[in-house]
Design a protein around this ligand. Structure first.
Ligand SMILES: CC(=O)[C@@H](O)[C@H](O)COP(=O)(O)O
Length: 256
């Protein structure tokens, strides 16, 4: 998969927050085979010493880092955080979150488009956390985004794909834009379902970090993403209303 001209081996993107310990985070990342890790400057660098330890751990994993403006509620805050993240991580890649509602953590799509335009003009390669809205998607692309990351469900809910119709429409409208389902995935089956829809990748955090066994769950997500992608490429059958015998019957057995 190619994102902003960079070839990425794995179609699983993993968040790095909320793990029980740094060691479990590192083991989970390895088990997941993740190709990209998101890192939030604001959440992780609260205390200087801890922040430095954390950067060291992430750097040692040798996985591409996608800094994230998690927790930003305004364009100004997101732009400032992005500029700081570029300094700290030395990358133009940015996962752009502009949160519009404190209960659902849904994106402020108006602020998102504005921030995406400002940051793209400033040389960032923006991965916007958005909804499945087609018009917003169009505006983000006009603003310079070359990847879109619609939500599956609100962050941290684990509800899976809330609007399969919307996600399918988005895929159909933008066949050539890399699309990543970001947020709300709770189980490997949700990730597989996203991949079966033809999504290029999934991004998740809570489902692994908060699992009873994060390392085992990370391995399960790895398999699910691979299975979903393989199934998509294998061209699944369409569901149908009428039954159709899977074992054709030629003639009848004579019991006489
Ligand atoms: C880590 C990150 O980028 C989150 O903001 C992301 O949206 C993940 O959401 P979940 O925790 O619901 O997987």
């Amino acid at each position: 998969m190619e994102l902003y001209g960079v070839e990425i081996d794995s179609r699983l993107l993993l968040g790095t927050a909320q793990y029980p310990s740094p060691a479990i985070l590192a083991d989970a990342v390895r088990a997941s085979g993740a190709g990209i890790l998101t890192v939030s400057l604001r959440r992780e660098s609260g205390r200087l010493r801890e922040g430095q330890d954390f950067w060291g751990l992430i750097a040692g994993l040798n996985v591409k880092v996608l800094p994230n403006t998690a927790g930003c509620h305004s364009v100004k805050e997101a732009v400032t955080t992005a500029q700081m993240a570029r300094e700290v991580f030395g990358t133009n890649w940015l996962k752009l979150e502009v949160i519009g509602d404190a209960d659902t953590l849904q994106p402020d799509v108006f602020g998102l488009v504005e921030a995406a335009r400002i940051l793209t003009e400033d040389g960032f390669e923006v991965f916007p956390y958005t909804t499945e809205d087609l018009v917003v998607a169009e505006r983000l692309i006009e603003a310079g985004c070359k990847v879109l990351m619609p939500w599956g469900a609100p962050i941290g809910t684990g509800m899976g794909l809330n609007n399969v119709y919307g996600l399918r429409s988005l895929r159909a409208h933008f066949p050539d834009v890399p699309l990543v389902v970001d947020a709300g995935i709770g189980k490997p089956s949700h990730a597989a379902a996203a991949m079966e829809l033809g999504y290029d990748a999934v991004l998740l955090n809570t489902a692994v970090a908060k699992a009873g066994d994060p390392v085992a769950m990370a391995g399960a997500f790895k398999l699910a993403v691979e299975a979903g992608r393989t199934a998509y490429l294998a061209d699944p059958i369409e569901p149908r209303d009428m039954a159709a015998p899977s074992t054709p019957v030629f003639g009848r057995a004579s019991l006489a």
